[in-house]
Design a protein around this ligand. Structure first.
Ligand SMILES: NC(=O)c1ccc[n+]([C@@H]2O[C@H](COP(=O)([O-])OP(=O)(O)OC[C@H]3O[C@@H](n4cnc5c(N)ncnc54)[C@H](O)[C@@H]3O)[C@@H](O)[C@H]2O)c1
Length: 349
């Protein structure tokens, strides 16, 4: 039997600790070191029973891990991932892949040239219900996808912003949160041709936006909207509606994505599908409702199992640096559209 993959954790904050918990429960993976200059990280490494390093470069040189999970602040992602690639260490890099498209281009080139893979942590794509939704769309269950409505509306507690990097450029709702929704919309509905957007920071008054209204035109012809705010007492978001992470009390009956096509419609994360008994029926006929079902292994755990396969060279990353770069390009197009008031197309990466 193959021994567990020795994985180092770089950045042991909220997200890093979630990865560590999944490593603990997965036979194919084991934590071998923690690198994080923060004040609580040494104690965390001790509690996990692994060596601690303040500096990840020293950790890479001394521990020679077989793979690394990078969950440090966004602005450090590309530089840290490049250090891992230089040490021949495959990376599971938390989203966003980077904070600027030009730096991500460098990472894509380095991963390609070195042959060392990067998997980006858009973990929701690993959720079985997203896999089923994509399958339904690809099989034509919705007909021609025509309109897409996405909601990310919840309230972060004020204490969330006590951590300084979360208030500064390089963080923000678009880059930290809506990037997940945008990534899923690309995954489900295809590439985006152009966007229009209005953003606002009127509730919190920080440098970053706390609200956004975004219009999307997909290359396949569908039109979409995504409205987001992290400052509203509302139940419509993947976090609250999907049950993916138990720290968010579940709003099981509330949808956050509504996909409608010429032959049917789908609400997510409930995976409820609607269609008419016969094509060509219309609003005077009853809509039939179908409850689709899937098995429910946690998306982060599935992502970790996939990462082990990627690091061992047995699978291609489900979300490569280039793919995640296209989601970042979409965020940049939204920012540009909000700044200029014009429709903007995402850059190709
Ligand atoms: N996939 C998801 O759903 C999800 C959810 C939350 C956060 N994230 C991502 O995870 C990353 C971390 O977010 P978080 O909420 O855990 O933040 P956090 O502030 O809780 O943790 C960040 C950690 O990185 C450490 N750090 C700072 N500089 C470092 C360096 N040079 N080297 C190594 N570690 C360093 C900090 O000390 C801290 O422990 C972010 O990129 C965020 O976007 C992803």
């Amino acid at each position: 039997m193959t021994s567990p993959l020795r994985i180092a954790l770089i950045g042991a904050g909220v997200m890093g600790q979630q990865h560590q918990q999944h490593m603990q429960s997965l036979a194919e993976a084991e934590l071998c070191a923690v690198a994080d200059p923060g004040p609580q990280a040494a104690a965390f490494a001790t509690a996990c029973g692994v060596p601690y390093f303040a500096d990840h470069r020293q950790m890479l040189a001394e521990m020679r891990p077989e793979a690394a999970i990078v969950a440090n602040p966004n602005a450090l992602h590309v530089a840290t991932a490049l250090d891992c690639l230089a040490a021949d260490v495959p990376v599971l890099l938390e989203k966003p892949v980077g904070v600027r498209l030009d730096e991500v281009r460098g990472l894509v080139a380095c991963s390609q040239a070195s042959g060392v893979p990067v998997l980006v942590g858009h973990h929701r794509r690993h959720n079985p219900l997203i896999a089923r939704a994509r399958e339904l769309i690809e099989q034509g269950a919705l007909g021609r996808l025509t309109t897409v409505t996405a909601l990310w509306q919840l309230q972060k507690p004020d204490s969330y912003f006590d951590i300084p990097w979360r208030r500064k450029a390089g963080a923000g709702m678009l880059l930290t949160n809506l990037i997940h929704d945008l990534d899923l919309l690309r995954h489900l509905c295809g590439e985006v041709r152009q966007v229009q957007a209005i953003t606002h920071n009127g509730v919190r008054g920080f440098a970053n936006e706390d609200s956004a209204a975004i219009l999307l035109q997909f290359e396949g012809g569908a039109l979409g909207s995504l409205t987001g705010s992290d400052a509203v007492a509302a139940p419509w978001s993947w976090e609250l509606d999907s049950g993916e992470n138990p720290v968010y009390p579940l709003q099981a009956d509330q949808p956050c994505y509504l996909l409608a096509g010429t032959r049917g419609a789908l609400s997510l994360p409930q995976l409820k599908r609607w269609h008419y008994a016969e094509d060509g029926a219309g609003w005077h006929q009853p809509l039939q409702q179908v409850q689709e079902t899937v098995d429910g292994e946690a998306a982060l755990r599935r992502q970790l199992r996939h990462f082990v396969q990627v690091a061992r060279g047995r699978a291609q990353p489900l979300v490569s640096a280039r793919d995640a770069g296209r989601t970042l390009a979409l965020v940049e197009a939204i920012r540009q559209a909000a700044e200029t008031g014009r429709a903007c197309a995402p850059q190709i990466i």
